[in-house]
Design a protein around this ligand. Sequence first.
Ligand code: 5AD
Length: 347
Amino acid sequence: MLSRNEILGWLRKRNPVRLQELWEKADAVRKANVGDAVHLRGLIEFSNECVRKCSYCGMNASNYRLTRYCLTDDEIVACAKTAFERGYGSVVLQSGYNPEIPMQWLGDIIAQIKKSFGLAVTLSIGERTISELKHLKLMGADRYLLRFETSDLGLYQKIKLQKNLKSHPRIRLLQTLRELGYEIGGGIMIGLPGQTYSMVARDIELFQKLDLDMVGVGPYIPHPGTILGKQFLMAEENIPGQIPNSALFTRKVIALTRLACPQSNIPATTALANISSNGFIIGLRSGANVIMPNLTPEPFRSLYSIYPTTSNHIMNYNHFDILDAIAQLNRKPGTGHGGRVKFPAGR
Ligand code: 5AD
């Protein structure tokens, strides 16, 4: 168990020699608990349609300039086939929050992917109703990703442009998802305007308390077409106690997450790789054991514009570059579904 003070101590540390200790500690805990396999999850961004107006996300419903798309069932299954052919153990079906996605349609796609390729299926489609989640589970979905973004209710309401929430809707829903039999994944963005050291320390404590099976953390990347992105880019000075949205700080949070959640599956996220040319490597060397290669075909991938992407880090997206990075670290691609390890027996 990590204490609040220990977490805060590491979050505030700047000395690279001391920080080296943190990376090594996290790497050792990763190796002892989840081994050297790097699980590859094929990411299929099947639709950018969204009814939410989140102030941080470039796909928010108020962005009328963005061309919206939804892949066909054949296109989605073709992406899953690529994942299968490349030897990945699972796919992640991700979209904006669109209550009109027909659950029958999505359920049938899940069933087809499971039947044809035997892959584990993870969903990341926002805050669905319990009956929808039950249906998708029944059709074969195994896991669900729903980042709570920040556990601080005040900051959450601010970035979501929501008011008068009595409790955090996503933290509640994660618990429901577990009860429905899903493996559950949460996570946060790092460096949101107004996010403080103690908020992030509490987020990491919550990862531990919820006993998350998967934890994804990535830097907040301001999108100039969003309300929050404009505020961020125009701000002249730092708010006191504000945490940076840097690769170094993200690396600290990944390492601390590994110490807090030794058995969780933790990705080196695309957002990290997007702000740092060796983002995947530093993630994998500091506690991460998962990469989610993007399988979304162009022109759709460019339309899935959560945040602006920097084209100079092309390597982040290439299957073979990812394999090379894994080999360079003397690690190996995972085999099988790569679900959460559980030992001693039971949770
Ligand atoms: N920068 C970084 N990450 C973002 N996300 C959404 N918008 C941004 C942004 N501007 C993340 C959120 C969401 C996930 C799918 O993408 O954490 O849960």
